[in-house]
Unconditional design. Structure first.
Length: 276
């Protein structure tokens, strides 16, 4: 099942078809969830009726939101209201049951302030979630993930990371572009080591079960280099591996990454790996 957090905004509604198309292709259901907080100071001494009024109002908002969403026969869609902050709530919800496989969410929120939202909710969810997180740029129409760019480095390409993307690759018969970007001249020895590691993993048991390419890019900034490659190849999905949570968190707050999030026209999949 896919967790789809929403703030009931028009942006969220426009991103939902991406979740619906992916769920239909993958044979998954969707859990639409809205997290809300109650100001205990404001409601100190408040009656149960006041809490019920809040819940009733949110249920009406949820019903109105659900009513305008498209549907596909065979895709189960459930919804709920959860008390708590989105970041902590999503982590709690995703660990309560093994039925959840992905979190899919927009990179923009209700205020249309991408920098604030990407620097907080979406960024923090991608850091803290144990589930793979798919971030969808606002206004993007649902597409097949035919060309996938995997942001490769010496740590990110592992048997586990390849296994993590394999279900999506098989769903769309994707070609995976392993792209190694360096902010300096890439030495021949380094190229050979990276290429050999990728090939050894892909040919571990037999021939790879999906087409792939390996590319090396030299750019003054790693994230800009990946973004340029994505644009040049018209990629449909970019994959990032979160190995060191603190390192990923620091990257997400750099201006270059914010520019990439604002300019890219492709979804981003963040998968999480334990450091070997």
């Amino acid at each position: 099942m896919i967790i789809f957090p929403t703030d009931f905004s028009e942006t969220s509604a426009k991103v939902f078809p991406n979740a619906l198309a992916f769920a239909h292709r993958a044979g998954l259901g969707i859990h639409i969830v809205h997290f809300y907080q109650v100001d205990l100071g404001e409601f100190h001494g408040a009656s149960n009726f006041q809490y019920l009024d809040i819940e009733k109002s949110l249920k009406e908002e949820m019903d109105a939101f659900i009513s305008k969403l498209p549907k596909i026969e065979g895709v189960e869609v459930i919804h709920s209201l959860e008390i708590g902050f989105p970041i902590q709530g999503l982590k709690r919800l995703s660990t309560e049951s093994d039925k959840y496989e992905y979190i899919l969410m927009s990179t923009q929120g209700q205020r249309n302030a991408l920098e604030k939202f990407f620097g907080s909710i979406a960024a923090e969810v991608s850091v803290r979630s144990d589930l793979p997180v798919i971030l969808i740029p606002a206004g993007l129409e649902a597409r097949d993930f035919e060309n996938i760019v995997f942001a490769a480095n010496k740590e990110s390409v592992t048997k586990k990371s390849v296994d993590e993307i394999r279900p999506i690759v098989k769903l769309y018969n994707s070609t995976v572009h392993f792209v190694y970007v360096c902010e300096r001249k890439i030495e021949t020895k380094e190229r050979d080591e990276v290429r050999e590691k990728i090939i050894n993993i892909l040919f571990d048991n037999d021939v790879p079960d999906f087409p792939f390419e390996i590319h090396f890019v030299e750019d003054n900034n790693v994230m800009d280099g990946i973004n340029h490659y994505i644009e040049d190849k018209r990629a449909d999905l970019a994959v990032f591996c979160n190995i060191s949570r603190s390192f990923w968190s620091s990257i997400l707050h750099r201006s270059t990454t914010k520019r990439m999030a604002m300019n890219t026209k492709v979804p981003m999949l963040v998968i999480h790996l334990e450091q070997e």
